[in-house]
Design a protein around this ligand. Structure first.
Ligand SMILES: [Zn+2]
Length: 383
């Protein structure tokens, strides 16, 4: 694990893809592009995403998830037993078809352009999930790197589609065991290879506490309309704990937000992290990577002994936050955490879903520049 400065500047992971990469992703999905050719196009895009971060002054960089169609669908490329469906295609297989159709409309989700991985057979690793991304980053940068992975709860919930999965697994718990084994192997491998930061993404946890069991996420097509949030949160904590037990001494992060597929903030959830805090506290992770720039996140909730990855810019807005604004947000956080506990990040990725980026390369870069300038000022103040 390499040394980071105080107030390290980082991203949550994804970056908008250039047009040639979007084309390559589509061609690859249709089986019309070789892996080699795709990797060339993706590699060029990673260099651009990395260039923007390095020029902006980011301390802990990512590959922008450029080779992924989205942050969890990409596992279909790496695992046997997983098939990709467009969200529109999922309508044929989910239990509550009308409910799911309404959900896609209400949430402003592009149903034909977003792809969802579903378990259709026994899960087997064809190749590591993100090891190739780590190796590629290593050839392109000397900076410390963050690798993101879908969290085990999200992945279990996304993959479990009863009608498709029940021949391979009797229930979602059995599928969860398979997901834990695969993600645990991956976390251990990345830690052994010296990834500086391993982040698990669990954006659906907020759904459980804010929707009173009336979960409305399209990312987990089969979450029934009414579920006991406590039972689901216990499942999430247990899956995360088992995966993180494989991380050794690596620095790990858990990212939880309230959705990042629409620029219309009224379509996204609101509420503080307070109801989630007792569960987050139990997850054995180094850092909570949270959104706080959006007013939808409400007041800051103490991360306790954990590090805090503080969301200081909104990835969905055109406005570039001023350095003063970012510094002020950090100051508020510093009333709850020590300087050594604080990282600065955007609220979420800039391109969680390849087909629905939240911002342009240029705007995203300028937001990172504001963050890096704020970090420099905070460091100077502390000297
Ligand atoms: Zn997010």
């Amino acid at each position: 694990m390499r040394e980071l400065p105080l107030f390290p500047v980082t991203t949550v992971g994804s970056w908008p893809r250039p047009p040639e990469l979007l084309q390559a992703l589509r061609a690859r999905r249709r089986g019309e592009l070789s892996r080699e050719r795709f990797d060339e196009v993706a590699g060029a895009a990673v260099r651009q995403a990395l260039g923007a971060q390095e020029e902006a002054g980011v301390d802990l960089v990512t590959d922008g998830e450029q080779a992924r169609d989205n942050f969890y669908s990409f596992v279909a490329e790496k695992l046997d037993g997983v098939r990709l469906y467009s969200l529109a295609g999922m309508l044929d297989v989910v239990d509550d078809k009308e409910g799911f159709r309404q959900l896609l409309d209400t949430l402003d989700v592009p149903a034909y352009a977003i792809f969802h991985p579903a378990c259709v057979g026994e899960l087997r690793s064809r190749e590591p999930l993100a090891e190739d991304e780590l190796w590629r980053l290593r050839t392109l940068t000397d900076r410390p790197v963050k690798i993101t992975l879908p969290g085990p709860y999200l992945l279990t919930r996304a993959l479990w589609v009863q009608e498709l999965s029940r021949d391979a697994y009797p229930n979602k718990e059995a599928l969860g065991d398979a997901v834990v084994a695969i993600l645990g192997d991956e976390v251990e491998r990345l830690a052994t290879l010296g990834a500086d930061f391993i982040q698990l993404d669990e954006p659906v946890l907020t759904e459980l506490v804010f929707t009173q069991g009336r979960t409305r996420t399209f990312m987990c097509a089969s979450l029934a309309a009414r579920r006991d949030p406590t039972e689901e949160l216990e499942l999430a904590v247990s899956l995360l704990t088992r995966v993180l037990a494989r991380a050794g001494a690596a620095r790990t992060g858990l990212h939880v937000c309230r959705g990042n597929w629409s620029r219309d903030e009224t379509r996204l959830l609101s509420g503080t992290y307070a109801p989630l805090a007792p569960w987050l506290e139990r997850v054995p992770v180094t850092q909570l990577v949270l959104e706080y720039a959006t007013p939808r996140a409400g007041r800051l909730v103490s991360p306790g002994e954990k590090e805090l990855g503080l969301g200081v810019v909104n990835p969905r807005s055109d406005e570039i936050e001023s350095v003063e604004q970012v510094v002020e947000r950090a100051r508020v956080a510093l009333t709850e955490v020590e300087p050594r506990q604080l990282f600065l990040n955007p609220d979420c990725g800039f391109g969680t879903f390849a087909s629905r980026p939240m911002n342009s390369h240029g705007t995203a870069k300028r937001k990172l520049e504001a963050m890096a300038a704020a970090a420099r000022r905070l460091r100077e103040e502390l000297d």
